[in-house]
Design a protein around this ligand. Structure first.
Ligand code: M6R
Length: 613
């Protein structure tokens, strides 16, 4: 979703901000813009389309200046267009602002301003906020800092805002509530970003800004205050991230790179945590609340999208191994209904970005009601990781492709470690079974590697053959049911082919009506307790002339005689299988998207980090 970049220092700001915007392209956007402080005036350039369209538009025009703010917009209020793109210029012409988030009471503020004679050039809530701030500044004859503080106390919604004032050279004002903001510290220069990627090439020292904080950023100083005008000491953290981690490294797309990284990222997720030889799991992240988890009345998993699918796998595994009641909730539903939550409940939030607005608010609500919050998060220092009482990072590294791949398998790995550790502490698993599962988990990186080595050509051929399908059905049972959902979501996102995931047995209750010779049905059918049953489901599809594409375990002699296409995965325990069976489905979506000529890293309409509800 909207990306925010800022720079003030001794270098030319334009190339730094433009490059920063490119680093944030993965978040998803539809227009881009930049505002520069040039001597004592503000210069704005903005354009619908991509950052390269903006560069093309700017061409030879002047880009001099040591301070600039830049924005990639993901449309919420008003279509993607030049005039709705950020930055916006206030009616006085003295302030420029970029905004990520949604101002919920903008209509009321807008009508107040219109009564006073303000006219708006865009349909955005952001331009309203900017003029609201400017109006306070002009009426109260106060400084911009004071005006921002007063305005933000009246605003409801979520925001990160960056403002520059033509009369205050080399100063950027920034504030946040609910959307992410990182400030990078250099020598006599500062960088601002929605995440750390725009500043990685320049500094490793960052400050994560918290809700209701206001930053006044100059080349040689960072002043942090709360909305009550009290100074706060910035907490400087060191980034453990290399530039190479956010580059393609020779792959055609980030998505492909990230799929191929999985043997490593899964191992990274359990590195230092899992000792398979000694059958030991060390997860210091849960120590603080282990008793709470063991005695929890319920574990409520809250997440969105792919992370929600990881939650479903966790439900199956935790209930099986730990005999603790688990519920999995869509964060967007959970936050708005009136769920029964008690202090005996532990809420587990799963999120790659750690910034998903629905998940974040759901957690805030649950925390207010006394629940303990545990985060399974990838992005270090993200908002969810900071509001959780405890948590475990997934250590997948930066995921740039919009479609979640390595972040998902890292989430599964950590959730399985948690389930195993709790089961052992609770005494609901035998030492033999515990050791067996530790060893199976430990072996997964090699097995994923094997799939990547042996199955890619086969999957490519299948992708080419089925790339023009109008619709696809994904079926699985038990531990592989969430994999079917995830496979369908990946296909939708990357190829724009309609796809649905279903529990295989549920097919007879409706979706079977869709089956004909044009419907490819993907079965996630690795060898497990339900194997015979899923084979019967395949027969039912074949009997209706559907095409069966099956992910099966090596050595399976029955399924290949039924299925039209077969993809093989190595044998593993059924509890661990979701880590393996999802990989061919990621590849299938990727290659179908590529054969259809689509931008697989940045699918239309999607945002990597969904920071508005
Ligand atoms: O950052 P999060 O894990 O909280 O994001 C949740 C979803 O937005 C995300 O998983 C989304 O569904 C992905 N595009 C899936 O590939």
């Amino acid at each position: 979703m909207c990306g925010i970049v800022g720079y003030t220092g001794k270098r030319q700001a334009y190339p730094i901000v433009i490059d920063g915007l490119k680093k944030l392209e993965y978040r998803g956007y539809d227009s881009a813009g930049i505002a520069l402080q040039q001597d004592d005036q503000l210069t704005l350039y903005k354009k619908a389309g991509k950052v390269k369209d903006l560069e093309h538009f700017i061409g030879e025009r002047s880009t001099d200046g040591l301070t600039a703010i830049g924005h990639t917009r993901w449309a919420t209020h008003g279509e993607p267009s030049d005039h709705n793109a950020h930055p916006h210029l206030s009616q006085s012409g003295q302030l420029a602002m970029i905004h990520n988030g949604i101002i919920e009471n903008y209509a009321q503020l807008k009508s107040e301003l219109e009564k006073e004679g303000y006219r708006f050039k865009s349909e955005t809530d952001s331009e309203v906020l900017l003029n609201f701030i400017d109006d306070i500044r002009l009426k109260n004859q106060c400084g911009l800092e004071e005006a921002i503080r007063i305005a933000l106390k009246r605003v409801t919604g979520a925001y990160v805002i960056l403002l520059i004032d033509e009369s205050q050279p080399q100063t950027i004002f920034a504030a946040r509530k609910g959307s992410p903001l990182v400030i990078g510290i250099g020598a006599d220069e500062h960088f601002l970003g929605s995440d750390a990627s725009p500043m990685l090439a320049y500094t490793k020292e960052v400050v994560y800004i918290n809700d209701y904080e206001l930053a006044i950023v100059r080349p040689d100083e960072l002043v942090l205050k709360n909305l009550g005008n009290e100074r706060i000491t910035p907490y400087v953290q060191k980034l453990d991230l290399e530039l190479a981690a956010i580059e393609k490294g020779g792959y055609d797309h980030f998505m492909l790179k990230e799929i191929f990284e999985q043997p490593l990222t899964i191992a990274d997720s359990f590195r230092g945590r899992l000792d398979a030889a000694e059958a030991r799991i060390v997860l210091s992240g849960i120590d603080a609340i282990e008793e709470k988890l063991l005695n929890a009345r319920r574990i409520i998993i809250v997440a969105c999208g792919t992370s929600w699918h990881a939650g479903l796998v966790a439900e199956y595994v935790i209930e099986e191994l730990c005999r603790i009641n688990v519920e999995v909730e869509y964060a967007s539903e959970f936050r708005y209904r009136n769920p029964v939550i008690s202090s005996d409940d532990v809420i587990v939030a799963i999120s790659q970005s750690g910034e998903t607005a629905d998940t974040l608010v759901a957690l805030e609500r649950a925390k207010e009601q006394g629940a303990t919050i545990f985060g399974v998060v990838n992005v270090v220092g993200s908002s969810i990781s900071r509001i959780a009482h405890a948590g475990c990072y997934t250590h997948a590294g930066p995921e740039i492709g919009v479609a979640s791949t390595k972040a998902y398998t890292a989430q599964l790995t950590v959730l399985m470690l948690i389930a195993l550790k709790l089961a052992k502490a609770k005494g609901t698993i035998t030492p033999e079974r515990f050791k067996e599962l530790c060893q199976e988990l430990d072996a997964i990186p090699n097995k994923v590697q094997q799939v990547l080595k042996d199955q890619v050509e086969r999957i490519k051929a299948i992708a080419e053959k089925y790339k023009d399908a109008r619709s696809m059905l994904y079926l699985g049972r038990g531990y592989n049911f969430p994999t079917a959902l995830e496979g369908a979501l990946k296909l939708k996102e990357i190829s724009y082919i309609h796809a649905e995931g279903y529990p295989a047995a549920e097919m007879k209750h409706g979706p079977i009506a869709l089956v004909d010779e044009d419907l490819p049905v993907v079965f996630v059918a690795s060898r497990d307790t339900y194997h015979e049953k899923i084979v019967s489901n395949m027969q039912e599809i074949k009997a209706r002339k559907g095409k069966v594409l099956a992910v099966v375990t090596e050595g399976d002699e029955i399924t290949p005689n039924i299925a039209d296409e077969v993809i093989w995965v190595p044998q593993t325990d059924e509890l661990i299988a979701p880590l393996l069976t999802v990989v061919p489905l990621q590849l299938l979506s990727y290659y179908i998207g590529v054969y259809r000529g689509l931008d697989v890293d940045r699918p239309r309409n999607l945002a990597k980090s969904v920071t508005v509800e």
